[in-house]
Design a protein around this ligand. Structure first.
Ligand SMILES: C[S@@+](CC[C@H](N)C(=O)[O-])C[C@H]1O[C@@H](n2cnc3c(N)ncnc32)[C@H](O)[C@@H]1O
Length: 644
């Protein structure tokens, strides 16, 4: 029976496999720490294979380097022994929801999600600390003494991770921020679908550096746009010249696969549509029908007779935009407008209901997507008129991002791993309630203690007074409240529908979320290093699973280890006094009880699951194990049987 490995994937092994596929001859074998053979790359051979294009040593070349860059790449590829533990009490509709809220350091979370969400995420939106000179940056390898550490104005979050205030007096001010971003983006890229995209909010402090590392990680050719979002409505009188905008960098995983959606026609543009000739096809707007003469063919130079009888050649230096026959066909279909009295220069009628919408551009005005104050106000309204989080993004901004790059019916996953007050979740609920969509979110947030927060002092003390201990608590509460608000608004809207408008069933709107928290692995050290176990310790190790872990904890780690999605439906069945988890009908059956009867084994086998997992020490001895395998071979030969 095989054992699950119960740790995040080793990306170095995966990279070696990929090189092996391209250059099998450069792969060699070395011995690992325990003396077992393992694959390695012979760099001399690889150099030969690439000699024409190889960049040698540290010679000058076009790239952005900083202290710690190599180390962060290594970190991005190294596995960790951490897992997620479900928290039902803090979740909403745990059993039915498809949305996830994960508490912990996002670097660890991204690694934990590697196998389950590899190539599955449609959009990533992140709004990281901008490195303004006063932000807290997370370091998981802070090895200093506590005093020295506190001296640096660092604070510990609830999980023992370390946040330090990155001021510009830090000699590695840019390097530390870049390493933090680089290692996260390297891991995050793998989660994107081939036609997935990433949007990153940033300001002038680091936009130039961020763009460089994104060019490197995603490929310069996958840069799509640097969007300017007008975040303010008026200049700041205290500043010499104040920034009106933030940047939103947009990259595709493979940008040639990505076609952004058109944007719906907003109220402002809708006003330019009307129906002065009572056309039964509804409102229309007219567009110019002349073109540049440059390479225009002869067929675009002709004389048009208006309904009032005026003979009209193209204006001086221009031609008509359409060939004569096309023009005549459109005129026959009443698609040409000559003004109310039929004597103006002709224009083409564009019907509102035939319009695909608007192509986005890189200028996002606060009139259409909101501004900082709007974001703050939205949150204030949700939280009993109190400002408990500094600078949340407006939901309209996230709605624009979601509209541009997701579809209503594909169950697209939207990942935000610097989620703050959870604006992204709010926007996903809103968007789904507007177009009956089935998008789902994964939000990640550090349980950053409020006194350590990147929040300003006022917002922090207001949040503390309101009883919130950390930012994750604010995020979860925002999602609960936003869900209820949107549900109520949808019920109201359904009562006041205009003729022909689609009714959206409020009971189908998923306003739930499953909460998971990062923790150490469920397995004792002996699970990973059985050879280190001394004989006299054997009795102590009755189980290789930590005592405080529940069957649901084990199930979660198994789901992740098998690369299944965390949002899959889980059914808990009592079969002959044993608890059996059935994940997505027959993807997985798991039973972590201590004494497993063979009757249970047979009952599970009859369900014909694709995979089944038991606890290793649920079996008395090897004879029992073999027996179980035999029974599965007979009753459900396709099932893969493993233990933890
Ligand atoms: C600028 S805020 C995001 C605001 C958010 N877009 C909103 O609208 O509310 C950045 C957030 O990232 C969180 N954060 C910083 N480092 C993190 C890490 N290593 N893992 C997870 N979250 C982190 C901070 O606690 C902060 O809440």
């Amino acid at each position: 029976m095989d054992k699950l490995k119960m740790q995040t994937p080793d990306l170095i092994d995966k990279n070696i496999e990929q090189i092996a596929m391209l250059f099998p001859n450069v792969i060699t074998e070395i011995k690992d720490e325990s003396g077992n053979p393992k694959k390695a790359v012979d760099f001399d051979l690889l150099k030969q294979a690439l000699s024409k294009n190889l960049v040698e040593g540290d010679d000058e070349r076009y790239r952005l380097d900083w202290q710690g860059k190599k180390a962060s790449l290594l970190k991005a590829n190294t596995p960790i022994n951490k897992t997620l533990r479900p928290c039902r009490e803090e979740s909403v509709n745990f059993d039915t929801t498809q949305n996830l809220y994960i508490e912990g350091d996002n670097f660890e979370v991204l690694k934990i999600l590697q196998e389950s969400y590899l190539g599955k995420v449609k959009i990533i939106y992140i709004d990281p600390p901008y490195n303004t000179g006063n932000d807290f940056i997370y370091k998981d390898d802070f090895k200093k003494s506590r005093e020295a550490y506190e001296e640096e104005l660092g604070v510990e979050d609830e999980y023992g991770g370390k946040l330090f205030r990155n001021t510009d007096s830090n000699g590695r001010f840019h390097s530390d921020w870049l390493s933090m971003m680089y290692e996260r983006l390297v891991v995050a890229r793998d989660l994107l679908k081939d036609d997935g995209v990433i949007f990153i909010s940033i300001d002038d402090n680091e936009v130039h550096n961020l763009r460089k590392i994104c060019d490197e990680i995603f490929g310069e050719e996958n840069f799509i746009a640097n969007i300017l979002w007008q975040k303010k409505t008026s200049p700041d009188a205290r500043m010499n010249i104040s920034a009106a905008h933030d940047h939103i960098l947009l990259y595709g995983k493979q940008s040639f696969l990505n076609e952004l959606n058109f944007l719906p026609i907003d109220e402002y543009r809708r006003r330019s549509f009307s129906n002065p000739d009572n056309d039964p096809r509804g409102d229309w707007a007219s567009v110019d029908l002349t073109g540049q003469t440059g390479r225009a063919p002869k067929s675009q130079f002709y004389t048009i007779t208006t309904p009032s009888g005026i003979k009209m050649p193209p204006p001086e230096g221009r031609c008509w935009a359409l060939a004569e026959q096309t023009f005549k066909n459109l005129q026959g279909d009443n698609r040409i407008w000559f003004g109310k009295d039929g004597s103006n220069r002709p224009r083409l009628k564009k019907f509102l209901k035939e319009s695909k919408g608007i192509r986005p551009w890189t200028w996002w005005s606060n009139k259409t997507v909101g501004h900082n104050q709007e974001g703050a106000q939205e949150l204030k309204v949700l939280f009993d008129n109190q400002s408990i989080f500094d600078n949340p993004k407006p939901t309209r901004l996230l709605n624009r991002i979601i509209q541009l790059s997701t579809s209503t019916s594909n169950g697209d996953i939207i990942l935000d791993f610097f989620s703050g007050s959870a604006t992204t979740a709010h926007a996903v609920f809103f968007q789904n309630s507007s177009d009956n969509g089935n998008r789902k979110f994964i939000l990640v947030q550090l349980p950053e203690e409020l006194q350590a927060g990147s929040n300003d002092f006022k917002a922090t003390s207001t949040a503390q007074n309101a009883g919130y201990k950390n930012i994750a608590e604010i995020g979860k509460e925002r999602i609960r409240r936003a869900g209820q608000k949107i549900l109520k608004e949808l019920e109201k809207k359904d009562d006041q529908l205009d003729l022909g408008q689609e009714k959206i069933d409020p009971s189908k709107l998923d306003i739930g979320f499953r909460v998971y928290k990062v923790d150490s692995t469920n397995m004792k050290d002996v699970f990973y290093h059985p050879s280190k176990l001394k004989q006299d310790e054997l009795d102590l190790v009755i189980s290789n699973i930590k005592e405080d872990r529940s069957p649901e904890d084990l199930l979660t780690q198994v789901i992740l280890d098998l690369g299944l999605e965390l949002s899959l439906p889980i059914e808990t069945r009592k079969i002959l006094n044993n608890t059996v988890f059935i994940v997505q009908t027959n993807s997985l059956a798991a039973c972590f009880d201590n004494n497993i009867d063979f009757q249970i084994v047979d009952t599970i086998a009859e369900l014909k699951p694709l995979k089944v997992v038991f606890k290793d020490n649920s079996f008395k001895d090897d004879k029992d194990r073999i027996n179980v395998e035999e029974r599965f071979k007979r009753l459900s030969p396709e099932t893969i049987v493993t233990v933890i």
